[in-house]
Design a protein around this ligand. Structure first.
Ligand code: TRH
Length: 365
């Protein structure tokens, strides 16, 4: 099949992060689909994928093309399936051409663990122009579209985790000081902190310090400026450059504790199988807290972990500190480590999103 994926960058990196991952997974499928990825903000794309140039149309691999989605949009023949990410509205001229071609239209929705998702997933969205359009919901249960996961991802992760030299080489390439790398090799624990502004990062440093064992906190460039270069007796904070998505995965795999946000980094931290704290994307009227609660309810995490995530998202410093103190202590820490691994194992039993999507499209094309 030939897929078009339309991506409008609203903010940050999640929109293009999800679309780029999906494009590669469709292209890497055993049937090797053709993919055209339309992106309105090429510069944002370049932050997570250095091979992207600024040409209006470029071939990134033998079966992935990237088109700069400008206004007016370039005229191109639509594929068998057109995916609009997050209701981003493909151009009208393109929709006209989809009618002539008879393309299948998929609206790839946001990720949520709320119960209603199961009943909306794969439901038709009636179109007056006669096109066949369906909602496709990612999710955490087998009655949803599932989660993005490359076929060999967990094997790659295990191989990476088994080879300490690769981790040291990655950290050295990111200019992490040699004494910090040596400390990590000697057993210091590593946290990766990728959250939204206002996250209780200072409370985190104090809580890590209170464990009385050494920690390194890696912070992607530009995030959490209030704690950069902090050094307490047991905690070193190191700012690292932005890396590509493969590098980001490796950082998650080699951390003991991951703080992630949005949508895509959450899923990647789930595949890392380590304790994680999710800073969910903020929405009006605290809708995001309802989504967070729904996700926690099906997570199997200890209650204290759920309380920590609520405090983290409400940006409540004192409560976050209290709950961090609780979950970082033994034996609570071990319970969290075990629950995180169980959650990953159970999610990995389900088919991945790209497989579910191609099966659905093949049936409906
Ligand atoms: O960046 P995010 O907050 O993105 C989004 C957007 O705000 C979007 O509008 C909203 O729809 C969505 O969240 C819910 O968080 P997210 O989704 O985790 O995306 C981050 C991406 O950046 C992810 O693909 C991983 C990637 N990344 C790198 O490739 N290298 C890095 O160094 C870092 C820190 C991240």
């Amino acid at each position: 099949m030939h897929f078009d994926i339309f991506c409008r960058v609203i903010d940050n990196f999640g929109d293009i992060g999800v679309c780029w991952r999906l494009a590669r997974q469709l292209a890497d499928a055993p049937d090797g689909h053709q993919v055209t990825l339309w992106v309105d903000d090429i510069h944002r794309f370049q932050r997570i994928e250095a091979s992207v140039g600024v040409q209006p149309v470029q071939s990134l691999t033998h079966n992935i093309k990237v088109v700069h989605w400008t206004t007016p949009a370039p005229l191109r023949e639509p594929g068998d399936v057109v995916i609009e990410a997050f209701s981003c509205d493909p151009p009208e001229t393109f929709v006209e051409a989809m009618k002539a071609k008879g393309s299948l239209w998929i609206n790839l929705e946001y990720l949520s663990a709320e119960a209603w998702v199961e009943s909306f997933h794969a439901v038709p969205s009636l179109q007056s122009n006669g096109l066949r359009k369906f909602f496709f919901y990612p999710g955490f249960t087998s009655n949803t579209g599932g989660l993005l996961r490359e076929r060999d991802l967990l094997a790659q992760r295990d191989a990476w985790q088994a080879d300490a030299r690769q981790r040291a080489a990655l950290l050295a390439a990111l200019q992490v000081p040699a004494d910090v790398i040596a400390g990590l090799q000697a057993g210091w624990r590593q946290a990766l902190l990728f959250g939204y502004p206002g996250a209780p990062a200072t409370a985190l440093i104090h809580a890590l310090e209170a464990t009385q064992s050494p920690w390194v906190v890696l912070v992607p460039q530009g995030m959490h400026p209030n704690i950069i270069n902090v050094a307490t007796p047991h905690v070193r904070v190191v700012e690292i450059p932005f890396v590509d998505q493969a590098g980001f995965d490796r950082l998650l795999w080699s951390s003991d504790l991951n703080f992630v946000r949005g949508e895509d980094s959450l899923v990647r931290a789930l595949w890392a199988g380590k304790p994680l704290v999710w800073h969910i994307y903020e929405q009006e009227d605290d809708t995001h807290l309802i989504k967070l609660q729904a996700w926690l309810a099906q997570s199997g995490y200890p209650d204290a972990v759920g309380q920590l995530m609520m405090a983290w998202n409400k940006k409540e410093d004192a409560a976050a500190r209290r709950h961090l103190d609780a979950v970082l202590q033994y034996p609570a820490w071990n319970d969290w480590v075990a629950a995180a691994a169980r959650r990953t194992d159970s999610l990995a039993q389900q088919p991945d999103l790209a497989t579910n999507l191609t099966t659905f499209c093949a049936k409906n094309c």
